[in-house]
Design a protein around this ligand. Structure first.
Ligand SMILES: [Zn+2]
Length: 239
């Protein structure tokens, strides 16, 4: 029994080491030497990770029934582990697929509104935060694939979004020609918060190949590592 526990701890330690080395490798490959020296995150900023959807709202789904909400949450939980390992201040808007809806919220729309407002209140309580929302994309056709990053009207989020798009494209799907773009209108959370906000559409669940990758632990770890590397690295000229 004892050796089993030790071996489990060893496996986790090894996994974390690989993740840190992965972040280091991505930074080294994509940026200048100064980036490596600045590996430590800004201690005064809180990273708020928002796993899109959840509860009654599964978001998009793949042909095989993979729910976007589950993929988003899994990536965000892995990012939180990396944050803990590197002592990066972090908060999550949700850490479970289940949401504690109040008894008076019965309809889907009232539950969605309750959840969204709760997330907004939590984000606005933080005086110095950056919001990173994790989502998966969907399109009527099967062809589109690759990451798409959006930013809110804030110089910090614009720069960081371009960096995230660059990292994601380079490491996940280099054929991608998308550039980071302004946040689409009508999104409740980004329009009701004060801090810089970035929306990461990591991949298309409507693309069979990408959906297959998004179903695997390896690909989700890769996304978590890339997003953290982009967040931690000082913004560089990446456009
Ligand atoms: Zn979504």
């Amino acid at each position: 029994m004892k050796s089993k526990i030790s071996s489990g701890k060893y496996t986790y330690a090894l996994l974390f080491l690989l993740i840190v080395l992965g972040i280091y490798a991505i930074m080294k490959e994509t940026d200048t030497d100064t980036a490596i020296e600045s590996f430590a995150p800004k201690a005064d900023r809180i990273l708020i990770l928002d796993a899109g959807h959840g509860g009654d709202d599964g978001g998009a789904s793949s042909a095989s029934g993979l729910r976007e909400s589950e993929v988003n949450l899994d990536i965000v939980l892995r990012m939180r582990e990396i944050c803990r390992l590197l002592a990066v201040p972090v908060l999550l808007t949700r850490d479970s697929e289940e949401l504690p809806y109040p008894a008076n919220t019965v309809s889907l729309s009232s539950r969605k509104l309750w959840d969204t407002r709760k997330r907004v209140d939590m984000i606005n309580e933080q005086p110095n935060a950056m919001l990173l929302s994790v989502h998966q994309n969907c399109y009527p056709g099967q062809e589109p694939r690759g990451p798409q990053i959006f930013y809110s009207e804030n110089p910090d989020s614009v720069e960081k979004a371009h960096q995230i798009q660059f990292y994601m494209t380079k490491n996940l799907y280099p054929a991608n020609r998308r550039v980071a773009a302004p946040m689409p209108d009508g999104l409740y959370i980004p329009e009701h918060i004060q801090c810089p906000a970035i929306l990461c559409e990591c991949g298309f669940l409507s693309n069979p190949e990408e959906a297959k990758a998004l179903a695997t632990e390896e690909y989700r770890i890769k996304i978590a590592v890339i997003l953290m590397a982009a967040y931690l690295n000082p913004t560089e000229e990446t456009i």
